[in-house]
Design a protein around this ligand. Sequence first.
Ligand code: G4P
Length: 527
Amino acid sequence: MSDINQEVSRRKTFAIISHPDAGKTTLTEKMLLLGGAIRTAGSVKAKKSAKFATSDWMELEKQRGISVTSSVMQFEYQGSKINILDTPGHQDFSEDTYRTLMAVDSVVMILDVAKGVEAQTKKLFKVCRDRGIPIFTFINKMDRFGKEPLELFEEIEEVLGIESTPINYPIGMGPTFKGVYDRFEKRIEYYEDGEKAGTQYIEDYDQLQESLENVADQATIDQLIEDLMLVDEAGNEFDADAVKEGKQTPVFFGSAVSSFGVPTFLEHFLLMAPYPASRESSKGTVEPTDDVFSGFVFKIQANMDPAHRDRIAFLRICSGKYEKGMSTWLERTGKQMKLAQPQQFFADSRESVEEAYAGDIVGLYDPGVYQIGDTVCGSKDIFSFGDLPQFPPEHFAKVRPKNAMKHKQYIKGIQQLAQEGAIQVYRTPRMEETVLGAVGQLQFDVFIYRMKAEYGVDLVMEPLSYQIARWVEEGEIPNKLMHTSTSMVVNDYLDRPVMLFKNEFNLDYFKGQNEEIKLTDKPPRTE
Ligand code: G4P
């Protein structure tokens, strides 16, 4: 196998999705521990706290008990190179999450055994489903009482509309949780006093009964065997193709907090999850093993390290090999450029990248040249992976700095934070006032917080009662319609006129009255 084939075939790039509190941080941490990427339990949380101390805006995260950032972590496990992309759980940050999900090849969905499929899981799942990404399910917190496995399978099928197939099956739950039975490997993994207490291979259910007699009560054993027989007979058989197409989800049980079930999950997952996938582009299908390097920017984050004021563009490599010092071309501008000091991210460090392959995520220092959705090509024969999903803002507010002396920092902060894509910046045509647009209210709160923490600017924010933004594609807005009681016109950062409407009714009325004006909810693509 060639170098590139070999490297690509050992890469797994995935995201973990869940409703807040289901155990995403815990599961991530246990995986990193297994991979030797961190040494002590609690590091990811501890790191979170350490970051809070240095990066004030994350304080907001802590205060609200939510995760608003997404990060990338790489580690090796049993010969595989794993890239985990973290996704923010809060619904106001779904846009960032959506883009992150465009950069992965599979997804791990964590469900809390007591809560089953929750609201945020449903939303995130839908994005994965629409993209046909393979989804693996980890049912967590088996050390607590929760829903019965069969009930959970039914919920997954009914609420999410995906077939499920249990790879392992819990033996009891809560105080009577005794471990899992691995249907694939035909082995019992015992759980005792909050940790794994051995493995036993068995021939059949009679032997399963015998083996469990001294461990679990008879009612638990009877229920387990009854369920297993039912699943064997009437359940969905594991179907690798259906999993690959995102039509079936393999289900695992465990207790992330004690790491129980995590190694088994990871081992099965690494065998079942797909390698970096091929991607469609303007020049046709791009294979990960193609010689020519390519990738796209799915996330930009300013002030990753507040001490250095750096901005990082996250690039998902889609094909070929990155080598230090290589030349690339930015598709949007057609310009040749060197990738500046690409970095890779580990649990508690970043390192300069010597080489990277399809599937990897590298962070590029961004002096302001990248935009979300940019394609980067390794040859002059440039092509595009197409736009990433954009969601029109639904919340608007006028802002200005409290202290006019801070104007310079204010402009810089607005520009840099807008580039991350979480907020849109507009200006009113005559007064040149700043209007911000965001998909969720929380983004405004974070924005105010970060402007203060990272740029030292206090903001005055005046919410506006608009809910809809439409770019003017064709036609001119007559003067008398520039600002009415139900709409106003602003300009986006490229001076393209955008109409803000209070509601759908106002928008429809405007369209009915002004048929010559064409409006669109997607900003036209720009050079
Ligand atoms: P998230 O990133 O999905 O939001 O969840 P996180 O891992 O932070 O876990 C949320 C809470 O659930 C944490 O408790 C965590 O310890 C707990 N937890 C995670 N996995 C398990 C499990 O398998 N069993 C049980 N019983 N609990 C689990 P916390 O009290 O919020 O935080 P902490 O003080 O324990 O760190």
